[in-house]
Design a protein around this ligand. Structure first.
Ligand code: PLP
Length: 227
């Protein structure tokens, strides 16, 4: 018998609860359900059991879903081409994958005046991979300073997709570096609502939670493998 969507979702919630317990954490963590390539029916089914936040990577696919469920909270987590910033600025509540200042400036310029400011995270290339998007950790404080000047954005924190490793100990290391970086961002800009570390996916959510993730982004272990 195949495990149902709702069972997989509840299993992930249990893993998160267990990881929070073993890390002695009583603060809030958000589960972002990464629904890219998955049908709206799956999103509707999860919304029925209380899931509010969904992550999408492809603009057109996401717009079709947002149009059907504008009441849910939508997070853009995919690579951003600069000619696609307008629909992102107009339709999402959060953007996790801001990897160039130019993208931040365009999102601010294109955020409608009557919308609340757009929550953004700076993507960090924490494993220093040439193939990967993101700022280098050494750039983050300078970029943050510039982003904080943009009127229609709220800088909420950092996001990372570390290189794949195998052991739990190896997984923890880049997540720990991200936590240190968030701490320095908060210390440099006190009074700003910088409170978010988006890290941890299906394969490494426990390590991320141990190191201080506040949003975990889970696709495969909720929705099943993507084809
Ligand atoms: C697809 C994706 C995820 C979900 O990954 P899973 O391994 O399927 O849980 C998380 N974050 C980003 C940025 C993604 O593109």
């Amino acid at each position: 018998m195949t495990t149902s969507l709702i069972q997989r979702y509840q299993n992930v919630q249990k893993r998160i609860d267990d990881a929070m317990l073993s890390a002695n954490r009583t603060d809030h963590i958000q589960l972002l359900a990464v629904s890219k390539t998955k049908p709206i029916e799956d999103i509707v089914a999860l919304a029925e059991v209380g899931q509010r936040a969904f992550g999408e990577n492809y603009v057109q696919e996401a717009l079709d879903k947002i149009e059907q469920r504008p009441d849910l909270e939508w997070h853009f987590i995919g690579p951003i081409q600069s000619n696609k910033t307008k629909p992102i600025a107009e339709n999402f509540h959060w953007v996790h994958s801001v990897d160039r200042f130019k993208i931040a400036r365009r999102l601010s310029d294109q955020r409608p005046d009557n919308s609340p400011s757009l929550n953004i995270l700076l993507e960090v290339n924490i494993s220093n991979e040439t193939s990967k998007a993101g700022f280098s950790p050494t750039e983050i404080l300078d970029v943050a300073k510039q982003v904080l000047e943009l009127p229609h954005l709220t800088l909420r924190g950092l996001m990372a997709i570390p290189a794949k490793t195998h052991s739990h100990e190896e997984q923890k290391e880049p997540f720990h570096q991200m936590k240190v970086l968030l701490d320095s961002l908060q210390a440099t800009f006190p009074g700003q609502p910088i409170d978010t570390l988006s890290m941890g996916m299906s394969a490494d959510l426990e390590a991320a939670i141990e190191e201080g993730a506040t949003i975990v982004r889970i696709g495969t272990d909720i929705f099943g493998a993507r084809t």
